[in-house]
Design a protein around this ligand. Structure first.
Ligand code: ACM
Ligand code: ZN
Length: 733
């Protein structure tokens, strides 16, 4: 297991593909037409042929272009590059972010009427640039005409800088990655139970003390992050100067930064230095774990409202965008139920209960923000107790809250945890520890922000957003791994017309995007999985990287570049016989590097799987011993002490190694794993010998040579309410 973890997270060699072209654009533009114009040939010449019409937006965009092209070391000499105004805005449906890009007959012409339009024309042009010059040191761009504009105005990404802190330098890198994918909103989660990250001049204790905690927390190793101060405290904050710098950097990349200042829940960091703003008066300690705290701001104390108003005075000055996010999610009501001040407020304001008190808080904050020229946005819990009149809802507990709000004529941003939570795992195996959940690239790609919303309310769907909560993402490289490549799926879900979207086509284009992530030094998750299929007695390999070569072995040895190889559609006969065969396979990436090893057992000895637990739908017990970790046995309804799942062999076996993997994700955190149990073997199917304890849902043991194994089982040693999912029992000789 350990070697999977290491290679998944820290091997990030780039994937080189041959000179890219218009076949590799992500997100897919509205219209790409190859034309019969002559290709444009660019050289190193510095002959000043850039023509820019005399508008502020064209001049700014041309300056950005020259700078970025220099940084990317692109050749842009020899032919004309023209920044023109758009003659016919109808062609981009009048969309403020639309553009036309024409390449051919001696010129590259970028047409737009806004800075945003030019900026996206440039991003598309950068994707078209071949990465390597020909033998003469020249590069050639294909003749084409691209007409393009986004489907949605809100194409968002949320970064949680509280659970773990990220450097200013890295946030700029993130902004560049987002901009390259035409994402235009960075939702920045700045306050929570584990820290306060934004400098507020009126309340210096928030950053002098509440920005720091004793330990990295979350069960992580201290060396998984570098963000410690000289005194060894963990955390950090962004000064107002740094925030202005980030906001400016983002604006020049057409990204609006939306700050999130959480209230009335997720407030323990603030309460740790201002305990008088909680219902009980504290003391409160900054949390070192995730989850939801019962301790929240006191909504019956007028001094709390003054505190919030003073904070928003400063926050609204720092962020020029029209939205401010106030959180609003996961606010338990238990403290309010027992607080005389909160109860007095409920009576004085004629509220029915604590849910209406939460609604009262949000309505008041909406007025506070509106007085400061801003609009309020909050998580879908702000629907509880009645929605504030102008509020925009960010739907995270699925799309339901968003659909409800849109039907009430409120604006909505969809970020359902079914598709948009990029802290969830990207595969069932080989992944680093995560918050849990499972959102592979394909699921992320299936996101459609208007799904389930009646057509007449589509106009209220501002767009979509992916969220990166960082409980288990302690450093910047890990954040890159979780967001790339899924950010490309989000980009396409929010930019490209739905009728043009295709998972097959997206995968083909992503081969080019992987190369671009590599060049930008982004630690993206490589598509390393290889499905090992058995069809009609034949073996077939299906790599996640489209059309990649696969190398494999049939003797359990490690496949190397010299091993047998198979193209994606080539079949290999399954070796005959009744000796178990371990097939191991891995992807050969275009740059020659090898992906991690995937394996599957064939010709397993005949056996029955017998369980004392129930079965969820078709996930029958035999799937726990079928050679594949992908097909699983799923027992519903929890487990009692003494429950067992046993593999009973027809013939006694003498394996050298036995193991069992449980849980939705192989490497823990994914739920439905065995929390407390032992792996046992039996020489006769009657008497049992424990050989290993389960840890993180996994148990394995080496057996002395010649050990007779008639049966193998897991036994539950502590009752669990959680369901149990058994991926696979494995035996090796
Ligand atoms: C959330 O994930 N609690 C908005
Ligand atoms: Zn209270």
């Amino acid at each position: 297991m350990k070697h999977f973890l290491a290679s998944a997270l820290f091997c990030f060699c780039s994937i080189n593909v041959p000179a890219t072209a218009i076949e590799g654009l992500v997100p897919l533009p509205v219209s790409v037409e190859k034309t019969s114009a002559t290709p444009v040939v660019l050289t190193d010449a510095n002959d000043g042929k850039i023509r820019v019409i005399d508008t502020e937006s064209a001049r700014r965009a041309a300056a950005y272009f020259l700078n970025a092209a220099r940084e990317k070391k692109l050749k842009i000499g020899g032919e004309k590059i023209i920044f023109a105004s758009l003659e016919n805005p109808e062609i981009i449906r009048g969309n403020a972010e639309g553009y036309v890009l024409e390449i051919g007959d001696g010129k590259i012409k970028l047409s737009a009427n806004t800075y945003a339009g030019y900026f996206y024309a440039i991003q598309t042009l950068f994707q078209i640039f071949p990465r390597e010059a020909d033998g003469n040191g020249e590069i050639s761009l294909p003749p084409c005409k691209i007409v393009d504009y986004p489907r949605f105005a809100w194409r968002g990404f949320m970064l949680d800088s509280v659970r773990h802190f990220q450097s200013v330098e890295w946030i700029k890198k993130l902004i560049d990655v987002l901009a390259s994918q035409k994402i235009n909103t960075l939702h920045w989660h700045l306050t929570d139970d584990q820290g306060w990250r934004i400098e507020i001049k009126k309340y210096p204790k928030l950053t002098q003390q509440a920005a720091w905690r004793e330990h990295i927390g979350f069960g992580l190793e201290p060396n998984q992050s570098e963000h410690y101060d000289k005194a060894g405290r963990y955390g950090g904050f962004y000064s107002q100067d740094e925030i202005r710098e980030i906001v400016r950097y983002a604006a020049s990349r057409n990204i609006t930064v939306v700050p999130e200042i959480e209230l009335p829940g997720h407030a323990v960091a603030a309460l740790s230095v201002y305990p008088e703003f909680g219902c009980t008066g504290g003391p409160y300690e900054i949390r070192l774990i995730g989850g939801v705290s019962d301790d929240v701001y006191c909504a019956g104390n007028e001094a709390v409202y003054t505190f919030w108003e003073n904070i928003f005075d400063e926050v609204t000055q720092l962020f020029p965008g029209k939205f401010v996010h106030v959180g609003g999610d996961e606010c338990p009501k238990i403290r309010w139920e027992n607080c005389p001040k909160c109860q007095a407020k409920i009576r004085a304001e004629n509220l029915k209960n604590e849910h209406e008190l939460q609604s009262y808080v949000i309505r008041r904050m909406e007025k506070v923000l509106s007085q400061r020229g801003k609009r309020l946005i909050g998580w879908d819990e702000i629907l509880e107790g009645g929605l504030a009149p102008e509020a925009t809802v960010m739907s995270w507990r699925g799309a339901k809250g968003g659909v409800e709000a849109a039907k009430m004529q409120h604006d909505v941003v969809m970020s359902p945890n079914s598709h948009c939570y990029y802290d969830y795992s990207q595969a069932h195996s080989g992944e680093p520890r995560s918050f849990g959940g499972f959102i592979p690239l394909e699921r992320a790609y299936e996101f459609n922000p208007t799904e389930g919303v009646p057509a007449k309310f589509h106009k209220h769907i501002l767009g979509g957003q992916a969220n990166l909560w960082t409980e288990y993402i302690p450093n910047e490289k890990h954040a890159e791994y979780m967001l790339a490549p899924r950010i490309s799926a989000l980009a396409e879900a929010t930019w490209t017309p739905q009728e043009l979207r295709s998972w097959e086509d997206f995968q083909n284009r992503m081969v080019h995007q992987y190369a671009r992530f590599g060049e930008a030094d982004v630690n993206y998750r490589r598509p390393e999985a290889v499905q090992i299929l058995v069809e009609n007695g034949q073996l077939r390999f299906r790599p996640d990287l489209r059309n990649a070569k696969v190398v494999f072995t049939l003797d359990g040895n490690e496949p190397t570049a010299e091993s047998q190889s198979a193209a994606p559609d080539v079949c290999v006969p399954v070796p005959a016989g009744d000796v178990a065969v371990c097939v191991r396979a891995r992807t050969v990436f275009p740059d020659g590097s090898l992906g991690r090893i995937n394996e599957r057992f064939l010709n397993l000895p005949k056996a029955k799987v017998i369980s004392t637990l129930n079965t969820e739908a078709g996930n029958v017990p035999s799937r726990a011993f079928d050679g594949s970790r992908e097909a699983v046995y799923w027992a519903n309804g929890g487990a009692r002490v003494g429950d067992t799942v046993a593999v009973v062999f027809e013939q006694t076996q003498t394996p050298k190694h036995v193991s069992c993997i449980t849980g939705k994700n192989e490497t823990g955190g994914g739920g439905d794993r065995l929390h407390s149990g032992v792996l046992e073997i039996s020489p006769d199917g009657k008497t049992w010998l424990p050989v290993a304890e389960f840890s993180h849902g996994f148990a394995d043991a080496e057996l002395p040579a010649g050990t007779q194994v008639k049966a193998l089982r897991l036994r539950v040693t502590q009752a669990q309410a959680e369901w149990l999912l058994v991926r696979e029992f494995e035996i090796r000789n």
